[in-house]
Design a binder for this molecule. Structure first.
Ligand SMILES: C[S@@+](CC[C@H](N)C(=O)[O-])C[C@H]1O[C@@H](n2cnc3c(N)ncnc32)[C@H](O)[C@@H]1O
Length: 284
């Protein structure tokens, strides 16, 4: 076992913070030490000091991808925090489609983990399509971790996860494994093709300037950032949200004391304020 000293832990956590905004506290030391063992061995390294040097070398950029894969926490579920999906059905989608005549809904799921969240959104939109008379919808699903993105693209899940999905939707949108010994489910192509996955670091990456969205999900990731980083990340996201569009954050997260052009609609649900002139601060 290669030991991680407190000094190397602090240096590594500084690197993680600088790169991904993720704040690793000392209780995470054992986790980092354990999770990076295999990586050090496969790189032929004998100490965390050597690993840190690799991160700061020219080859480091590549290595960050691997390191973030092991340090990120990816817990997620289908229909997690269901109030948001209810809000989409009751308020956000009817408002966009029926009141504003916007029939092509664009959604960004900005910390999508293994895909449960974007596929939940896709099922909700697919159901809303006929009901509301929408033409189409697209979901951009991004995450910093290449490991979770790969699994999300496969769209294959243990059958036990089916319990989180209403049974009518399971019948319509899930395929069962042909081999009954393999307890797996997979989304039908109709749902899979609506979600585009892309690696994206909320701290530093940029989308093409013409990309804007009607709803942005940024749930259960702000919690890993400190307050200044949270504010920076949310302002960057808001630049991509259309005026009147909605930003959804995790229910244990908040935007208190942040100077942002939003008004709170309900817990963890914010609407971008429509400004008359850029930066004039007036709303209508
Ligand atoms: C706990 S999961 C939340 C998943 C989902 N949004 C949900 O609420 O169920 C947090 C996700 O944020 C991602 N993440 C962490 N730091 C990030 C960053 N700087 N940029 C983009 N994604 C990040 C992690 O890889 C992880 O998949």
């Amino acid at each position: 076992m290669i030991r991680l000293s407190d000094r190397d832990f602090h240096k590594l956590s500084e690197e993680v913070y600088r790169y991904a905004g993720i704040h690793l506290t000392l209780p995470k030391k054992n986790l980092l030490e354990g999770r990076l063992q295999k990586r050090l061995t496969s790189l032929g390294l004998n100490s965390f000091d050597e690993y840190r040097k690799l991160l700061s070398s020219a080859a480091g950029t590549e290595e960050f991808v691997h390191m973030i894969d092991v340090v990120s926490t990816n817990k997620t579920d289908f229909f997690r925090e269901p109030a948001h999906f209810d809000f989409m059905n009751r308020v956000a989608l009817p408002e966009q489609v029926q009141q504003k005549g916007n029939k092509s809904i664009q959604i960004w799921c900005s910390a999508c983990s293994t895909g449960e969240e974007p596929y939940t959104i896709a099922m909700v939109l697919q159901e809303a399509m006929q009901r509301l008379g929408m033409y189409e919808y697209k979901i951009l699903a991004t995450d910093i971790s290449t490991r979770v993105l790969q699994s999300a693209k496969n769209a294959v899940y243990p059958k036990s996860k089916e319990h989180d999905i209403p049974s009518a939707l399971c019948h319509k949108y899930l395929l069962k494994s042909k081999d009954p010994a393999r307890d797996l489910i997979r989304f039908v192509p109709e749902i899979r093709q609506k979600v585009e996955f892309q690696r994206f670091n909320l701290i530093s990456d940029e989308l093409p300037s013409n990309k804007t969205f009607d709803i942005i999900f940024c749930r259960n990731v702000l919690i890993y950032f400190d307050k200044p980083t949270q504010e920076k990340v949310v302002s960057r996201l808001l630049k991509r949200l259309k005026p009147g569009g909605y930003l959804l954050i995790g229910h244990s997260e908040s935007l208190f004391h942040m100077n942002l052009p939003v008004r709170q609609i309900m817990p963890a649900t914010f609407q971008k304020i429509q400004q008359t002139f850029e930066n004039d601060g007036k709303t209508h």
